[in-house]
Ligand binder design. Structure first.
Ligand code: PLI
Length: 495
């Protein structure tokens, strides 16, 4: 009789692969040229020059055969498409809001929400900023105030719900400005800029009670609410027997409406929506959506896109899917952490975040360490990541000075259902190679700075040439072969 060596049982993805898309292998010389052409900004690289694309989980997921089949059932009527009604009823069923306005993506929803709820001079508290969310609040004349718990700004803190709101900070803001100047508070699920960190239902309940007492709306950024539901199931006492679908509903029940980028949780390449409980909010949003997005029954989307999103909701909320999705993020994070590389703890839902301050202590924040590290990673292996630090934070609209966030991070963002464990292994090895070469990663200077959302298009140049030695060569020198687990020797991969 054979016996298993451990009682641990592995999980695997609840799908198999039907179609593949080849990706290009490049040489280090080609990558160096590509990053120079892209002015050391990974947003400006051509995707054909990228090997493993961990820039974002937004719109990059793989759709299922069920979703692709739905595209064929697109009803491309200008008004009253059947796919809109299907999407509307699916959102009503899973999220529980009665009134739905589709938008082309999340920022379309943020724009409309900000325009209908914020008056100039209003204060909009939130659990850490998100780039487009805050910009739309500011463009509507609002001032964003961060009310997330302090632990969210500390990469090493092991708090299980770093997305929680600090009720003392919220009460102090209400006292200082008065509830009338606070139209709503913005509660983001799996807080992106904090490392994909969830809030707890206990915290959301307290927030809702406080806001109800003061007549302040609670608006959910539901972009990654299903992933947040998974963490509640895993970590919050009393929820392990509930399904993520039940927890999602409970989250939404505690809020007055939501903005949504369907490009994340919902497994589609494009799409978003606004949802409300209040009919008057819905009416105002429907009046505005026709100005900026499209008629209120398509909001900038094709009928087929709405169908794919409705079908995506049904698949994305399943516990098996969420376990595999977040399990893959943990797999990569644990591999990187095991070799002593500083990352944001605990591991979040959609990405592993490298702590660039600790990774590159020889660089000041003005030398854009996270931007430099993302460029180095690309040069090393063709893995594309994204800066989430001083560049993303932008400038204070009043003083014009850089904002200096405590978190200076590189985000390795994992698209859903796209990459395999071997891709994660290659990524972890490249991060390790950059860590061994960290002294050779130099500071950057910004040579072109767009006024808004500068991280997308800014240009940089290195203050001195990067010196990155190939880890395989380094290992060969130490007479220690490096292999990609279960695959070929490293010399066969990108060099
Ligand atoms: O990229 P949009 O416009 O569909 O969604 C904007 C948006 C809103 N909220 C949150 C929490 C986001 O993460 C978000 C977009 N995130 C992107 C593009 C990302 O790479 O994380």
């Amino acid at each position: 009789m054979t016996r298993r060596r451990s009682n641990k049982r592995s999980w695997a993805e609840p799908f198999k692969i039907k179609v593949v898309e080849p990706i290009k292998m490049t040489t280090r010389k080609e990558r160096l040229r590509a990053i120079e052409t892209a002015c050391y900004n990974t947003f400006l690289l051509k995707s054909s020059d990228v090997y493993i694309d961990l820039l974002t989980d937004s719109g990059t997921s793989a759709m299922s055969d069920y979703q692709w089949a739905g595209l064929m059932q697109g009803d491309e009527a200008y008004a009253g498409s059947a796919n809109f009604y299907r999407l509307e009823s699916t959102i009503q069923q899973y999220y529980g809001y009665p009134y739905i306005v589709p938008t082309h993506q999340g920022r379309g929803a943020e724009h409309i929400l900000s325009q209908i709820l914020i008056k100039p001079g209003d204060i909009v508290p939130g659990n850490m900023y998100f780039t487009t969310t805050r910009l739309h609040q500011e463009l509507a004349g609002g001032v964003f105030e961060d009310i997330i718990i302090d632990e969210a700004h500390q990469p090493d803190s092991l708090h299980p719900f770093k997305g929680n709101i600090d009720l003392d900070k919220l009460s102090a803001l209400i006292k200082k400005h008065g509830a009338k100047r606070i139209p709503y508070i913005s509660v983001e699920a799996c807080v992106n800029m904090a490392g994909g960190q969830p809030f707890s239902l206990a915290n959301l309940k307290e927030v809702k009670e406080l806001c109800d007492r003061h007549g302040i709306l609670v608006i959910l950024d539901a972009t990654r609410a299903m992933e947040n539901a998974w963490f509640i199931k895993e970590r919050e006492p009393g929820y392990s027997d509930r399904s993520c679908a039940q927890i999602l509903k409970e989250i939404c029940d505690l809020t007055d409406g939501c903005t949504m980028s369907g490009k994340k949780d919902l497994l589609v390449n494009i799409g978003g929506f606004l949802a409300f409980r209040d009919q008057d909010h819905y009416r105002k949003a429907s009046e505005l959506v026709v100005v900026y997005e499209g008629l209120h029954t398509y909001g900038g989307l094709a009928g087929r896109d709405m169908e794919a999103m409705a079908r995506g909701i049904e698949e994305a909320v399943l516990d098996d899917h969420l376990q595999a999705r977040i399990g893959q993020v943990s797999y990569l994070g644990e591999k990187i952490e095991q070799v002593g590389i500083p990352i944001v703890q605990p591991l979040g839902g959609h990405a592993v975040y490298l702590d660039a301050r600790k990774f590159l202590p020889h660089l000041t924040q003005d030398e854009f360490p996270a931007q430099a590290l993302a460029a180095a990673l690309y040069i090393d292996s063709g893995v594309r990541a994204m800066e989430r630090g001083i560049v993303s934070a932008g400038r204070d609209p009043v003083t014009g000075e850089h904002r200096y966030p405590e978190l200076e991070l590189v985000r390795l963002t994992i698209p859903r259902r796209v990459y395999t464990q071997a891709h994660m292994d290659v990524t972890a090895e490249s991060v390790e190679s950059c860590f061994e070469n960290r002294q050779g990663i130099k500071g950057l200077r910004m040579t072109y700075e767009p006024e808004k959302l500068r991280f997308f298009q800014a240009h940089f140049e290195p203050k001195a040439p990067f010196i990155l030695e190939d880890m395989a060569e380094m290992s060969a020198k130490r007479n220690k072969p490096v292999t990609v687990s279960g695959a070929q020797p490293r010399s066969n991969t990108n060099k």
